[in-house]
Ligand binder design. Sequence first.
Ligand code: FUB
Length: 338
Amino acid sequence: LLSIILPLSLNAQQEGRKPISQPLVSHIFTADPSAHVFNGKIYVYPSHDIESGVKADADGNHFDMKDFRVLSMDKIGGKVKDNGVALSIKDIPWAKRQLWAPDATFKKGTYYLYFPVKDKDDIFRIGVASSKNPVGPFKAESLPIEGSYSIDPAVFKDSDGSYYIYFGGISGGQLQRWKDNQYQANAEGAKKEELAHLPRIAKLSHDMKHFVEGVKEVKIVDDKGNLFKEANNDKRFFEAAWVHKYNGKYYFSYSTGDTHNICYAIGDNPYGPFTYKGVVLKPVQGWTNHHSIIEKDGKWYLFYHDVQLSGQTHLRNVKVTELKYNPDGTIQTIDAYK
Ligand code: FUB
C-alpha cells in the first residue's frame, strides 16, 4: 500500500459521475471486502477503517485499524447486518498495530480468520484466529503463522479440498523486504527496469494454522510468458490478491496499487503461472482498490470499496455489483461510475 493523498487526477476522473452501487453500511467505515457464502448466507470480512489521528504517510501508517467486524446478508440487495466486534487487536498477543485486510474460510465445523498486522518489531506478519461461528468472536493464536509475512491474505479452497493462502503487498505492505523468504530490513522496491515483485502462495496444513511447504512466488506473465517489470505498473501485482475458480480455470485477481486497477490473470492450477487477461475494475474514488469475487445463486459478484461516504482515502465503504463473463471466460471490465 502506498497511500498518500488522493491524486487530483483520480478525483477529476470520477467528478460528476454517479456510483453504480451504494455502500453496504454507512454507520462505520469498511474496506477490503473478502466475501464468502457459508450455509447459503453471504458473509463479508472487511477491514474496519477508523480515524485514529495518525498522520498520512507513504507507508500507510494512517490506516490504523484496531478490530474486525463481520457483515452478513441473506442475499445480494438484502438487509446487511453488522455483527459487532469479531476480533480486536488487544486480543492478539503478538500484535502491535494496523490490522489490515483479512480473509476467512471454513473447514470441518470451524471458521478461520486470517489477518495481517504489524508485530512488536513493526514487521507485518499474518495471523490466524478461529471460531465456531462465522461472525466470531474469533480466538487468535498466540503467534503469527510461522514463515508468514507482508499483508492481504486470501484463502482459496480448491475442489479437491486443499486450502491455499495467497498474500503480499508492496510498499507499505513490506513485500519488497522479503527475498527468498528472508527479511532484509533496508531492501528497496524494484526499479523500473527490474522484474516486479510477485505475490506469494503457501498450502495450508490440515489444522489450517501452518504452512505445509516453503512460501513460493506466484508468477503473473504476459501472453508471451514473460514476467512483468516494475515499469509495467498498470499490470504488475501490487496488493489485494484473490483467487476464484470458473469453468475449471483459476482466476488470480489483484490490485495494481499506484495505477489503481483490479486486474486478473488466468491459470491451470493454484500455483500458476497466471496469464494476464485484463482489468476487472477500473480505479475507484480513493487511492486503494481492493476486492473479492464470489458466486451466489448462479450469478457472480464483485465486492469492492470506494470513499463515497468520506471523500478520504483511509475511510472507505464496501460495495457490491454484479460481475459478468464473456463466452470465452474473460471478465467484462467494471466501471464503478456512470
Ligand atoms: O486496508 C489497508 C490496506 O489498504 C490493505 O491491506 C490494502 O490492500 C489496501 O486496500
